[in-house]
Design a protein around this ligand. Structure first.
Ligand SMILES: Nc1ncnc2c1ncn2[C@@H]1O[C@H](COP(=O)(O)OP(=O)(O)OP(=O)(O)O)[C@@H](O)[C@H]1O
Ligand SMILES: [Mg+2]
Length: 394
């Protein structure tokens, strides 16, 4: 089995030579009534952007606004109501002009002022001056990766956050992944409801378990493929950051180690059938795609990431994200924006400079924040710096 994996990964290397991605950078950001920004227009070159200033100035808010240019709730996972500037009811909006190989593209998002429906508040998206059908359209135009202080405990804490992190990485490669996860979760909730109500309609339960088994195997295959590609990209990294050994473990993922997909689906269906009584008693589903984990090991130390120091964990996370950024640039031929919030914390001088060097080498437009401009001195000849204060940028 190991040999098969090595062979597949060698093939990945051969099929995907490193090549320059298409240029992609923010040329201008405009914010209106967005958090502590009443009105901002920031014009930038295509080099990395460094934002510094005292606590509470609006550095993270600006990165968050950029993070809304991909589908989802942004890097704080905020509810939409929180984005509205508290001192005005004029609707919030965030727009950018980006430089692409095909010219300048305008992308914007903002509060939906057409009224709310039963789904609650929504945000609208405009691409190239036209309303987009939905947020998912953003993924076709923008790729993004971010590291925030909230992710500091990612490698130390429970599987759930790591699984969601991995799934987010998959979305930008495989837009169908979001639909699979939603189908799986819907079927799982419905099965649990029937079990709790004592519903014994066997065919109905079997139908839901069939949906769960098929979705779980598709989800597992996509996660395994992402991990395999990341392993290749990690192996190609320099030595400044520790190498991570990563693997996805879970019922469906483990079955795919030794079985073709159809047999893995059969085995999962049988597991769900056997677990009905126990799941009904527990009120939750004991196995499935919602229990999987991304296991990370510090290769040189042969030490599970959760046992590594805070700084080592941050370095492992940065190494994984740098590999991911290179992978996105290569596979999608679209340089991702790379948002690094409060990145200097926990990094010694050597690591910080190595990170800057890697950012320069990838050629992506990174957006970095911190309180102390000194920490970015090594990047400065190749970046543009702004001072952020009280919702204004100088
Ligand atoms: N909806 C809102 N309306 C007005 N102000 C808001 C809103 N949401 C957040 N703020 C304010 O925005 C300010 C800036 O927050 P932000 O997190 O961007 O600061 P920061 O520059 O990243 O600070 P730090 O260095 O501490 O990370 C905070 O004082 C916060 O209270
Ligand atoms: Mg901040």
């Amino acid at each position: 089995m190991l040999a098969a994996r090595e062979e597949a990964e060698t093939q990945l290397r051969a099929e995907a030579p490193l090549s320059d991605s298409e240029p992609f950078s923010v040329a201008q950001v405009t914010l209106s009534n967005y958090r502590n920004y009443a009105d901002l227009c920031l014009v930038c070159a295509d080099t990395p952007v460094v934002l510094t200033g005292a606590n509470g100035g609006g550095k993270t808010n600006l990165l968050e606004a950029l993070s809304l240019l991909v589908p989802g709730r942004g890097l704080r996972r905020a509810v939409l109501g929180d984005l509205q500037n508290r001192v005005t009811s004029e609707p919030w909006a965030a727009a950018v002009e980006v430089r692409t190989a095909a010219g300048v593209l305008a992308i914007g998002t903002g509060k939906d002022v057409s009224g709310t429906d039963e789904e609650g508040e929504r945000r609208v998206v405009h691409i190239d001056g036209r309303p987009a059908r939905g947020q998912n359209m953003l993924a076709e135009h923008v790729a993004m990766a971010w590291i925030t202080p909230d992710m500091d405990r990612l490698l130390a804490e429970g599987a759930s956050a790591r699984r969601k992190f991995l799934d987010r990485l998959v979305y930008s490669f495989d837009p169908a992944h979001g639909g699979r996860v939603q189908r799986y979760e819907k079927a799982m909730r419905e099965r649990l409801r029937l079990l709790r109500e004592g519903m014994v309609e066997a065919a109905w339960l079997a139908g839901l378990e069939d949906e769960m088994a098929r979705s779980a195997v598709a989800i597992a295959a996509a996660r395994r493929s992402m991990a395999a590609q990341l392993r290749v990209a990690i192996d190609e990294s320099g030595d400044a950051f520790p190498r991570a050994d990563i693997a996805v473990r879970g019922a469906a993922e483990d079955l795919l180690d030794t079985n073709p997909a159809l047999l893995a689906e059969d085995a999962l269906r049988a597991t769900f059938l056997r677990a009905r009584d126990e799941d009904a008693r527990a009120g939750s589903c004991a196995t499935g795609a919602h229990r999987s984990d991304l296991r990370v090991v510090h290769r040189a130390k042969n030490c599970s990431a959760d046992l590594c120091s805070t700084g080592e964990q941050k370095a492992l996370l940065i190494a994984i994200m740098l590999a991911y950024v290179r992978l996105v640039a290569r596979q999608r031929r679209m340089a991702p924006l790379f948002l690094l919030d409060d990145i200097a914390a926990h990094l010694d001088d050597y690591r910080r400079e190595a990170l800057f060097e890697e950012i320069r080498a990838t050629g992506v437009q990174a957006w970095l924040t911190g309180t102390d401009p000194e920490n970015f001195a090594a990047l400065m000849p190749h970046a543009q710096a702004f001072h952020v204060e009280n919702g204004r940028i100088f």
